[in-house]
Design a protein around this ligand. Structure first.
Ligand SMILES: NC(=O)c1ccc[n+]([C@@H]2O[C@H](COP(=O)([O-])OP(=O)(O)OC[C@H]3O[C@@H](n4cnc5c(N)ncnc54)[C@H](O)[C@@H]3O)[C@@H](O)[C@H]2O)c1
Length: 390
């Protein structure tokens, strides 16, 4: 039986537009689940953005006040794609109104806010989902299968990183991401949240770590209100101060004994969007890089030493979720496809009234990792990962 789910979206920038389009694709890409998303209302404080989203995406109405989304009786699901400083207030209001919540990472501005958010949703008994979209790449899912089936043996090493170029040019504008009062943490929130979630999914929880941080570019040109993205470049205008970190690096020990490193940077030359991992076990190894997300390098020796070595696999219909997007082996998927898979996983959990993964519990686990990194860069020593659950 078709299940119609009323959706309200808050924040119609890059992610708000993409999440909305992703919901729209569910009925034909995931036809079997009989879910029919209904775009009810969108909100943005910049009226032109809300108006444009309504017009081109087909929302029934728009508002410049996000509270109208929460109050709308036709909305069952609130999608939060506004800047991080609004997440706590919006989640609390949505949870109090009994609405299910899709919230973009890093969820809170800092670990404490994420813990508050997780608590608010848990107390209200609403379902949550988080935009850790890289999980959904078919070859990442396949890597998880290989690990669970024991194909890599016992894991010994994990190296996770996210090197992005969006801040490598000193003239990349001072978007909200570089401002502590709006974004909260810098790359520890923006990029390390993805690295931490990926490592948790593939390897498991971290026991202890030692971390350091750096802000390589201290000042940037001011952004124009309501225009552009964090990829926008501007020259010649007034400058403002960057108030959170560009870089975080950590050495980690997982609870299962795996040793590893996590590294993230937004001001690095060379990699453009290198969200990558390398995993080594006692019987095999794999490596993956989002820049070539449809390729997996797998070392799965079969005892024939003459041709031992890494093999390059391409994403295809035999890997999880690929066939929902297209039926062809090596017919490449892209970033936006991961958002469609994510949107479907969320609405499926809503239709079944069953908490999905990753929800706020998984975001809290990442917040606990971030909390230990902050303590470590302050103390300069190893720190244990501790529970922040309220
Ligand atoms: N999962 C991912 O890969 C990924 C990628 C990018 C961004 N994000 C996350 O998505 C969220 C949004 O990021 P973005 O890149 O889309 O930002 P963006 O700046 O492109 O969009 C944010 C939008 O929110 C609007 N906004 C600001 N204040 C508002 C208010 N009071 N009420 C309603 N709307 C308001 C802005 O006008 C803007 O249109 C952030 O939490 C970010 O961390 C996740």
């Amino acid at each position: 039986m078709t299940r119609t789910i009323g959706i309200g979206v808050i924040g119609m920038g890059w992610m708000g537009m993409l999440h909305s389009q992703s919901y729209q694709q569910i009925p034909y890409l995931f036809a079997d689940s009989d879910i029919e998303p209904h775009l009810v209302i969108c909100a943005d404080e910049v009226e032109a953005r809300a108006q444009k989203a309504k017009r081109i995406l087909g929302f029934e109405r728009y508002s410049t006040d996000w509270r109208d989304v929460i109050a709308d009786p036709d909305v069952q699901v609130v999608n939060i794609t506004a800047p991080n400083n609004l997440h706590v207030e919006i989640v609390k209001a949505a949870a109090a109104a009994g609405k299910h919540i899709m919230c973009e990472k890093p969820v809170g501005r800092n670990p404490q806010e994420t813990a508050e958010i997780e608590y608010a949703a848990r107390q209200a008994g609403v379902l949550s989902f988080v935009g850790f979209n890289y999980r959904w790449a078919p070859l990442v899912q396949y890597t998880q299968q290989l690990i669970q089936e024991g194909k890599l043996g016992k894991l010994t090493h994990y190296r996770g990183r996210f090197f992005a170029m969006y801040g490598s040019n000193p003239n990349s504008v001072l978007s909200w991401r570089f401002q502590e009062d709006v974004a909260g943490l810098g790359t520890l929130g923006d990029l390390m949240s993805h690295v931490g979630d990926m490592a948790h999914m593939l390897v498991g929880p971290v026991k202890r770590l030692v971390a350091s941080r750096e802000t390589f570019i201290q000042k940037r040109p001011l952004a124009t209100y309501g225009e552009g993205t964090h990829f926008t470049i501007s020259t010649g205008g007034p400058q403002g101060e960057v108030t959170n970190e560009d870089y975080v690096g950590a050495m980690v020990e997982f609870e299962n004994g795996t040793r590893g490193t996590f590294e993230v940077c937004r001001a690095i030359f060379g990699p453009k969007c290198e969200h990558a991992f390398e995993i080594n076990g006692t019987q095999g190894a794999v490596s993956w890089n989002f820049e070539k997300m449809n390729e997996l390098h797998a070392y799965l020796p079969d005892g024939t030493s003459g041709h031992d070595g890494y093999t390059q696999l391409y994403s295809g219909p035999e890997h999880p979720f690929h066939a929902s997007i297209n039926p062809g082996p090596a017919v490449a998927l892209g970033y936006n496809d991961l958002k469609v898979i994510e949107a479907h996983q969320f609405l499926k959990s809503v239709a079944e009234n069953k908490q999905g993964v990753p929800g706020f519990a998984e975001a809290l686990a990442v917040a606990e990792l971030q909390d230990a990194m902050i303590r470590s860069w302050e103390s300069g020593t190893w720190e244990d990962v501790k529970s922040l659950r309220k």
